[in-house]
Design a protein around this ligand. Structure first.
Ligand code: DGJ
Length: 373
């Protein structure tokens, strides 16, 4: 690992990073491995803020959502806990709940920071499948928890056929993953099942478009189909406008970015904490239609099958560099979650497709060389 020796105690230790080393321990200003898993980054006030799940010896939340700040993307200062778990055992975000994949966006109209995250209620495994929202006046928090819910209750997706909006008796007994089950799923079986109580919301991200409209993208329908929903002007709720993407596609871990008027998305397959092959898509509008572009990974067969042993969480536009995006992913360690590692890799473009290649070590000069190609 390369350190730039600085001879000063800038970060509470006498070195600073000047490169990314995917998969290695990544220490903060206090010398502690960064604890911000399933994270996302907001750029504000000339600073990057990295929000992510604090993990300990288990995957459930005992602390809450952590936040770190950085000017250069290599060196991160621990800014504390942005959203704390609650000490109240009756709170939805009490210690022991599951708070995953937090994403923070800034609302220009209200001047507030809004955090969305996947919430599972304590003691219920992954049954609740809710999305949670919190808000703050200050980027590093403290964030005030507002509510959680299953989105779009009582509403049909925009791209849902009229004929599918009726009850279809007899589907309850279909064997999971049988051919008729896949067929029924594509034709909206789970959407109908969850119509009244709201659609399931698990792995998620939030994307703000250039016109300020924000979208919540999440795995729904028992993780078999992605839903993309428009958020209200204040980003604190859903407008009710939503679409299904890749019905029966089994996509998790969505990460979205926009480049030259095209939207790109990278997702994973559905294998719990175990790594699998990533997928990529593109669209002319956030609400789709999304066209599959295949596995974005270039490398060995093992790299392709396991996405460098990682799962996507966010794609970060690098400030001041046109066409510069960083693929952020987690190398989960379910047997010791706090030791989970971060895989950050530059996004290449090949024939209009985002492509990922492995680097043992790299730095932001990569994007300048790319510009000169
Ligand atoms: C895969 C998801 O991407 C993670 O965020 C987490 O929910 C695990 N599944 C839980 O098994």
């Amino acid at each position: 690992m390369t350190f730039l020796l600085q001879g000063c105690i800038m970060f509470g230790q006498n070195f600073a990073y000047n490169s990314f080393v995917p998969g290695e321990l990544w220490k903060d200003n206090k010398g502690t491995h960064i604890n911000a898993h399933g994270g996302g980054i907001l750029f504000k006030n000339d600073t990057y803020f990295w929000f992510g799940e604090h993990k300990g010896s288990t995957n459930n939340a005992q602390v809450g959502v952590k936040v770190y700040s950085s000017k250069d993307l290599y060196n991160w200062k621990d800014e504390g806990v942005a959203l704390s778990v609650s000490k109240d055992p009756d709170s939805e975000i009490t210690a022991g709940s599951v708070m995953e994949r937090p994403k923070v966006v800034f609302n220009e109209k209200t001047g507030k920071y809004v955090m969305w995250f996947h919430l599972e209620l304590k003691g219920q495994g992954y049954e609740a499948a809710r999305t949670g929202v919190a808000v703050s006046e200050h980027v590093t928090g403290p964030y005030q928890y507002l509510k959680s819910f299953r989105p779009n209750a009582g509403l049909w997706p925009e791209n849902f056929k009229e004929d599918w909006r009726q009850p279809k008796p007899g589907l309850d007994s279909l064997r999971w993953h049988s051919d008729p089950w896949h067929e029924a799923l594509k034709k909206g079986y789970f959407v109908r099942r969850d119509f009244e109580k709201g659609q399931m919301a698990r792995d998620m991200t939030v994307f703000v478009d250039d016109d300020g409209t924000a979208y919540h993208i999440h795995s729904s329908e028992e993780n078999q189909t992605l839903h993309i929903s428009e958020l209200t002007d204040d980003y604190l709720d859903f407008t009710g406008k939503y679409v299904r993407v890749q019905p029966d596609g089994q996509n998790e871990a969505p990460a979205i970015f926009k480049y030259q008027d095209t939207y790109y998305m990278i997702t994973s397959d559905l294998t719990g904490w175990r790594p699998n092959a990533a997928r990529s898509f593109k669209a002319d509008s956030v609400l789709g239609p999304w066209k599959p572009l295949g596995n974005p990974v270039r490398g060995t067969e093992e790299d392709k099958k396991r996405t460098f042993s990682s799962q996507s969480t966010f794609i970060l536009p690098v400030q001041g560099k046109n066409g510069a995006f960083i693929f952020m992913a987690d190398r989960w360690r379910p047997e010791d979650p706090i030791d989970g590692r971060y895989i950050w890799l530059p996004v290449h473009f090949e024939e209009g497709k985002p492509v990922l290649k492995w680097y043992d070590e790299w730095d932001l000069d990569f994007f300048d060389q790319k510009e000169n190609e």
